[in-house]
Write a protein that binds this ligand. Structure first.
Ligand code: NDP
Length: 347
């Protein structure tokens, strides 16, 4: 039998609870022409998945959506054979089909992975959509220059840790914003950020201003809310801000417009100081930048020049709990769940 997690019946709460999800079983599917059967190894948990569910974008009844790393068990799909490791989108399901009849956005097209070149789990992190998100949002849209000050929120997370390191490599002064002290210590001591401020402290605005004595030239926005409020008065003339995500608002009331509210709050300062605000959608950069990004970042990850912390949870049963903990800041690094053996030995 196959097991999968789906959304339980009824309206969704603002933030997920254990009873938001239900465990179901089904037969293991049989691949038809153009399809392959895959066994899920790693399930990627990402904040956007909650926004996606709350917008009603996820059809009810099937497995919850997620990017995954899997092993091909049986294939009738060109270019894939049994034993291949793949990036795909099995969701919160132990087994799933890929190929014919499964629709993929541009940044989720299945691809074969080479386990001799590094961890297969990186395909849902630094060497996948999250890495490309950081690269597009930081390097392409915000183009930090040597000596400028770059602030990155959710700094120890899947996207933030890469964005900050790319800014450091560009010669910028990098200031992270994160939660617990150990996360802040990590981004400074392990990732080489120049400073990191906790948003859990009493006076974020003052702490951030002290950490950015020359103002802020680039803000990589992952969360919104109080962190945005603290960055806003610090923008220098000609600053760039990339709106990558607004995690703090993924549980807002239905109909709320977090991005619109943020733009209204910033309107005067954006206009007076000529701050350029860019919205980021990673799918727009796949065709133009993904290959270049993999070529540039792959060797840096392999050599350790770019570091990447994963928070790997164990067991299919733990997926809902891990998802809830991530939205609550209780992950430390890119969170993923190992739901079956990683036989490459790279895990
Ligand atoms: P993370 O791995 O960073 O996990 C979420 C983290 O957000 C938590 O660990 C927590 O860290 C922090 N957080 C949660 N709530 C708050 C809050 N209210 N205030 C401040 N921090 C909070 O997530 P990802 O790196 O995977 O994702 C980062 C962002 O990138 C998200 O907004 C996501 O939606 C977005 N994204 C956007 C894409 C695009 O195309 N635009 C593509 C992919 C991702 P801490 O303990 O440090 O507070």
């Amino acid at each position: 039998m196959n097991r999968y997690w789906t959304l339980a019946d009824g309206p969704l709460p603002r933030w997920p609870r254990p009873d938001t999800f239900a465990l179901r079983t089904s037969d293991i599917p049989v691949p038809g022409p153009g399809q392959a059967l895959t066994r899920t190894i790693y399930v990627s948990l990402d904040p956007y998945q909650w926004g996606y569910k709350r917008r009603g974008a996820e059809p009810r009844g099937g497995p919850c959506h997620a990017r995954t790393v899997s092993e091909v068990l049986e294939s009738r799909m060109d270019g894939f054979k049994a034993g291949d490791y793949v990036f795909n989108t099995n969701g919160w399901s132990e087994y799933a089909l890929m190929g014919e009849g499964v629709a993929y956005p541009s940044y989720m097209i299945p691809r074969r992975l080479d386990p001799t070149k590094g961890k297969i789990s990186h395909a849902v992190g630094v060497l996948g959509m999250l890495g490309l998100t950081a690269y597009a949002g930081l390097t392409v849209l915000a183009y930090p220059r040597a000596g400028e000050t770059v602030v990155v929120s959710a700094a120890s997370g899947g996207v933030g840790q890469i964005a900050g390191q790319l800014a450091r490599i560009a010669g910028a002064r990098v200031v992270g914003v994160a939660g617990r002290r150990e996360k802040c210590d990590y981004v400074v001591k392990e990732l080489g950020f120049d400073a990191c401020v906790s948003h859990l402290g009493d006076d974020l605005a003052t702490s951030l201003a002290e950490a950015c004595p020359d103002g802020v030239d680039v803000y990589f926005e992952n969360v919104g809310g109080a962190v945005f409020e603290a960055v806003l008065p610090l923008f220098n003339p000609g600053a760039r801000m990339t709106i990558c995500g607004l995690i703090a608002h993924y549980g807002d009331e239905d109909g709320a417009d977090a991005r619109g509210d943020l733009m209204k709050r910033g309107q005067k300062i954006f206009a007076d100081r000529n701050v350029n605000v860019s919205d980021l959608f990673v799918g727009d950069f796949v065709a133009s930048h993904q290959d270049r990004f993999f070529e540039e970042i792959g060797p840096l990850v392999a050599s350790g020049a770019v570091r990447y912390r994963e928070d790997v949870r164990e067991g299919f049963e733990t997926i809902p709990e891990a998802f809830i903990e991530m939205l609550d800041g209780r992950n430390f690094g890119k969170i993923l769940v190992r739901v079956s053996d990683d036989r490459t030995g790279s895990g």
